[in-house]
Design a binder for this molecule. Structure first.
Ligand code: PRT
Ligand code: ZN
Length: 286
């Protein structure tokens, strides 16, 4: 049997959909039938394990899975000996300290001697130590945001994305301890074959990412403006220029980066470009 790369992703939760999407965008067909714990891709040597996110670092460290997708927050909290391979750009959130909104807050020193409820006791205790604050950490396993209102704690340390959970529970965010997003982690001692498959996967992931940040652009320009227009459009090597049936005009094709996009369009228009078309790119191999 051919060796496979075993990847652990969250079974059901905030990272599940995007983790599967990531594989799909890399052209990997996964049958994720309901309640399956394990499945194989039909067209790529990969096996997928569906697990609770909290268990993924341990499974990857033990080599039960070769690689995994988890939030950086979970990775740091579990503190396992893993290799961080890539940041994935989804599942963005922050781990923050929050207190009841009516309370005054000047600095982290205000938490000296206070009780803080969290599910992130490892990260929190390191942070408090670095800030030279002595507080009592109450580790609980869920519904952290209600701890102050039921008298269990004076403050909480929890994940925040929109802030609406804090708001509805009468809390305000006072410190950001960590900014987090989903990451790809790997076992530190991958076998040779597994490493080769991982490299193939990373190559595909890069091609997808580059394409997302880039647009294909087509426009028509009078020939006497071509030089100025080509200077604005860098392209992968240089723009492609094709003559139009309409004499004295050409069609110019190139790729532009998303973050420079509007800037470039304005300059092109100013130089007399017309009929500008912008098309998404699916994959980009350099
Ligand atoms: O069952 P399993 O253990 O696998 O899942 P889980 O319930 O532990 O995790 P899940 O699915 O809630 O989150 C998985 C990962 O998503 C986390 O580890 C983070 O890396 C990331 N993530 C991104 C978030 C959030 N955003 C988020 N907003 N994880 C949790 N939240 C929660 C937060 O705990 C709080 O209760 O959402 C609430 C706050 O959201 P806002 O929008 O109201 O601020
Ligand atoms: Zn979890």
């Amino acid at each position: 049997m051919q060796n496979k790369l075993k990847i652990a992703i969250q079974k059901s939760g905030r990272l599940s959909e995007n983790s599967l999407k990531l594989l799909k965008e890399c052209g990997i067909d996964i049958d994720n039938g309901l309640n399956k714990l394990k499945t194989e891709a039909s067209n790529f040597p990969i096996e997928v394990f569906f697990l609770r996110d909290d268990d993924i670092p341990q499974y990857v460290e033990d080599g039960v899975a070769d690689i995994g997708v988890v939030g950086e927050n979970v990775l740091l909290e579990k503190n396992k000996n893993l290799k961080l391979v890539d940041k994935l750009g989804f599942g963005k959130c922050r781990l923050s300290l929050a207190i009841p909104k009516e309370q005054n807050y000047k600095s982290i020193k205000d938490l000296n001697g206070k009780r803080i409820a969290t599910t992130y006791s490892t990260i929190l205790s390191k942070y408090l130590k670095s800030q030279k604050v002595k507080a009592e950490i109450h580790e609980i396993s869920g519904s952290v945001e209600i701890a102050p209102s039921i008298g269990l704690a004076d403050a909480i340390c929890d994940l925040v994305s929109s802030g609406s959970t804090l708001f509805t529970n009468g809390l305000k965010e006072v410190e950001v301890i960590l900014k987090s997003e989903a990451v790809l982690v790997a076992n530190k001692k991958l076998g040779k074959e597994q490493q080769t498959i991982l490299d193939k996967l990373l190559f595909r992931m890069n091609a997808v990412r580059k394409a997302k940040n880039t647009k294909y652009i087509l426009l028509n320009a009078p020939n006497n403006k071509l030089e100025a227009i080509c200077k604005i459009l860098p392209g992968m090597k240089s723009p492609t220029i094709l003559p139009l049936a309409n004499k004295g005009w050409s069609s110019v094709h190139s790729v532009v980066e998303e973050n420079q996009f509007w800037d470039i369009i304005e300059k092109l228009k100013a130089e007399g470009a017309q009929g500008i078309l912008v098309v998404p790119i699916e994959k980009m191999i350099l």
